[in-house]
Structure formats: structure tokens, C-alpha cells
Design a protein around this ligand. Structure first.
Ligand SMILES: [Fe+2]
Length: 457
């Protein structure tokens, strides 16, 4: 029996396959673009490696694309055949079971199955990161944190995955509001794993949440090597940098980064589209003319209306369609979301019913300048919007649209209350967005908001 870099037994037979498997695992931990190449090499060398097929299936499901679900189904079949051919250990079998659960629409149970693996094999960094990734998709930040903290004691100083573990710990601390601890963990993690773009970006999140764009820019500046090797995650790190420029009011730099990095390659991965749509939405809320930048995002989003893999993705497709006034596609997307919500069986369909539908109706109404309907629905979705997945920084676009809809519709007290909650989540930090809105509310009370509508009777 061979042993991998984290000390886990693996049912591989050749050192060459093990070497590729180790590279694949490190690649997955650092969001490296080369990860699928290493995984393909493992499976080419040893097609009866069930864990490899299971990892492939899980990775494809993480991409959140309906047309790739078949690849995950094929991977599960290959894993089951492999299990018939070669005896696998309980840890490896657990990954296959997790894949089956996710394919059955049970994302939470799939994540929990990976957690079961961690109880027996806490040093398994692949399981740690897979659990972290699924919890992120589920918007379950409390679980992200408890998962990491449960395995932390098993990581000795020289565990190869320790830096990446600290990066995940940093992110989970940030998402649960412990900003100082998050920064300490993130910086320590980067010393051990300088290519951990996730840990690096966790610190960017800290500066975003604490309204310190200047420190955020200083942190990212000169550290481009930490995310240059990444898959599309690199666009997201650039997006964070653009957010910091936005907070500083440097709109030219935001647009420049948007064009040269964030949407440079105009890809249609849902995470890339969410970077683009949420940035354009934020810019428009600040009164910036974004030109024809909605168009390519709306073109891609029009092709995704029947997807339904993730509510987070659907809501960002909706932003693009609203941004470019694609009324037919908006109707198609809404109809499909209604159908999913009515089925209400899988974890995603349940989230589609609540908060997905209310959020989508709110976004559509915002695009129609019906700010009363927008505010009522977005405020209604707000309590559970975390279950749409993603981070606080990503979901803040929905928070901003809710607050702005409230101000425009004249719900000044309600908008102010949400602004105060937003500020409390940031431990009292007030970013540019909040300062401007507090001022708008104050002016509105003096009857001085030019675009303010009266609330409907
Ligand atoms: Fe992020």
C-alpha cells in the first residue's frame, strides 16, 4: 500500500501515479490550473483508482453546470466499476459515497459524508478542502469553521497541507466575523504555502469587511505570483482588487481592472460571470455608465437559463439579463426557477423556493425601476440569502441592491436598519458605500433624493 503526501493510504500501485496524485492534491489546494492534467494522468495510469474518479466527479459538480453533470455521473460509474475491480480502503469509499449523495441532490449529506472521512482521517487535506468547498457553495460558514477547527490539532508543524489548512481557517474565521484572527491565520498560512491563493484572498476579504481598502491594496500589490498559477479563481482575486478601488472611488482603475483582468477572457463559468455582473451592478449603483459591458455577460447568461445547478449562479445570470434588458430570457429564467421551486425536493430546489424566488423577483423589479416591489422581495429574501452560497463580499451586491431599492422607494427607516446591520456585521466599519447611503437617507428625510419614489399605498 502506498501512502500520499498527507500520510493517507492510497490504492495506487505505481510511484508515477502516486506522484501525479500528490501533485493533483496540491494543485486542488492552491486552485492551480494544472490540477485536471494531473488527475487525468493518474486515471490514465491507473483506471481502477476509485478515489480518483470520485474526485473527478466531485470537481465537476463544483463547476455548477448542468451539461457537466453527465461527466460526474460517468465518473461515479467508473468509480463503482473500479471498486469492483480493486479493493479500496474506507476513506476512498467515502469519497465515492459523497459523490453519489451529491448526484442524488443531497449536497448537505455529501458534505457530511466527507466530514465522516475527516473524523477518521483528520490529516486528509483533500477531504478538508472538499468539505470546505461544498460548505462554501452551501453558504454554511459556521460549518466551514467548525470543520477546520476539528482537524487543526491533527496538523503537525510540517504537515504539507498545513499552510492551505490555515488559509481555509482564515477564510472561515473571516466569514464568521473574527477578522483579527482571520488575518493572523491567513498571514501564517501564506508563510507555509506561498501559492495559496485562497488564503491570500481570505485576507483581502478581511480588509473588505473592515472597510480598509488601502491595506487591502497594499496586501495584494506585489503578491500576484500567489494567484498567477490559478485556474479561473485568479479572476476572482482581481475582482477583489477592483472592489478595493471601487471603495476608494477610483472608478477608472475599477474599469481598467475589469477589462484587463476580471473579464479579460470573457469566460462563461458561473463564478466568472458573478464577478462581472456583481461589479457592474455595484458600479451602476454608484451612477457609473458601464457602456456595453453587460452585453457579453447577458449573452452567456441567456444560454444558462435552463441550468438550475446553483441558486447563486442563477441570481447572477439574472443580474446580467436585467442589466442588458433581456426580457424574454428573464421570463424563461423565472419560469424555470418557479418549476424548480415547486419540485422542492433536492437541496438546491429547496433553496430555489426560499430565498431564490423572492431574490429573483426583487432583482427583476429593480431592473424595471419598480423599487417598492424590489425592496419588499429583496428584503424578504435577505434573511436566508446566505444559503444561496458564496461569501459575504459576493452577496453584498444583493445587500446593496436591497438598500438602494429601499432608499429609492422611500423606505428610509427600513433601509437604514439594514445599513446598520451591515455595519454591525463589519464590526462597526463604514465603507464608502455605507457612508454615501447614510448621507442619502439623511438627505431623503429632508425630501432631497432626486430619484426617490413614494412607497406604494
Ligand atoms: Fe472572495
Amino acid at each position: 500500500m502506498l501512502t500520499d503526501i498527507f500520510g493517507s493510504d492510497v490504492s495506487l500501485e505505481t510511484p508515477a501515479a502516486l506522484e501525479s496524485w500528490n501533485k493533483m492534491q496540491l494543485g486542488f489546494l492552491s486552485h492551480a490550473a494544472v490540477t485536471p492534467t494531473h488527475l487525468a494522468d493518474v486515471l490514465k495510469r491507473e483506471p481502477n483508482f476509485a478515489l480518483g474518479h470520485a474526485a473527478k466527479g466531485l470537481f465537476y459538480l463544483m463547476l455548477g453546470r448542468r451539461e457537466l453533470v453527465q461527466t460526474a455521473i460517468d465518473a461515479e460509474k467508473a468509480a463503482r466499476i473500479a471498486l469492483d475491480n480493486v479493493a479500496a480502503n474506507p476513506r476512498e469509499c467515502g469519497y465515492v459515497e459523497a459523490l453519489s449523495l451529491w448526484l442524488a441532490g443531497q449536497q448537505v449529506a455529501a458534505r457530511n459524508r466527507i466530514e465522516d472521512i475527516l473524523k477518521d482521517y483528520p490529516q486528509d487535506s483533500l477531504a478538508m478542502k472538499v468539505s470546505h468547498a461544498i460548505s462554501f457553495i452551501l453558504g454554511d460558514s459556521a460549518h466551514m469553521r467548525s470543520s477546520i477547527e476539528a482537524v487543526l490539532p491533527a496538523y503537525e508543524e510540517h504537515h504539507v497541507g498545513r499552510g492551505y489548512l490555515l488559509g481555509c481557517h482564515s477564510f472561515s474565521l473571516e466569514e464568521t466575523g473574527d477578522y483579527s484572527l482571520a488575518e493572523i491565520a491567513g498571514r501564517e498560512g501564506m508563510l507555509q504555502a506561498p501559492d495559496d491563493a485562497w488564503g491570500l484572498h481570505a485576507i483581502a476579504h478581511v480588509y473588505d469587511m473592515t472597510g480598509n481598502a488601502k491595506a487591502g491594496l497594499e496586501w495584494l500589490e506585489g503578491r500576484e505570483h500567489a494567484w498567477a498559477h490559478c485556474n479561473n479563481f485568479r479572476y476572482h482575486v482581481w475582482w477583489h482588487k477592483a472592489l478595493m478601488y471601487l471603495d476608494q472611488g477610483q472608478i477608472d482603475k475599477v474599469l481598467w481592472l475589469y477589462d484587463t483582468e476580471v473579464r479579460k477572457d470573457q469566460t462563461d463559468d458561473y463564478r466568472d460571470i458573478s464577478n462581472g455582473t456583481s461589479m457592474l451592478s455595484r458600479l451602476e449603483l454608484e451612477g457609473v455608465d458601464v457602456g456595453n459591458r453587460w452585453e457579453e455577460l447577458a449573452d452567456f447568461s441567456e444560454n444558462r437559463t435552463e441550468d438550475g445547478c446553483l441558486i447563486f449562479a442563477d441570481l447572477h445570470y439574472m443580474l446580467a439579463l436585467v442589466g442588458d434588458n433581456r426580457n424574454e430570457a428573464i421570463k424563461t429564467l423565472m419560469a424555470r426557477m418557479h418549476k424548480d421551486a415547486q419540485r422542492n425536493k433536492t437541496d438546491v430546489e429547496k433553496a430555489m423556493a426560499d430565498p431564490g424566488l423572492a431574490a429573483a423577483v426583487g432583482l427583476e423589479a429593480f431592473g424595471e425601476a419598480d423599487y417598492t416591489t424590489a425592496f419588499i422581495n429583496l428584503a424578504n429574501a435577505r434573511g436566508k440569502i446566505q444559503t444561496a452560497g458564496g461569501s459575504h463580499a459576493q452577496r453584498d451586491v444583493f445587500e446593496r441592491l436591497t438598500i438602494d431599492a429601499g432608499i429609492r422607494a422611500g423606505f428610509l427607516n427600513e433601509a437604514e436598519a439594514i445599513l446598520n446591520e451591515r455595519k454591525a456585521k463589519r464590526r462597526g466599519a463604514e465603507d464608502r458605500y455605507a457612508s454615501v447611503r447614510f448621507e442619502m437617507i439623511s438627505s431623503g428625510r429632508g425630501g432631497n433624493i432626486p430619484f426617490m419614489q413614494q412607497p406604494a399605498e
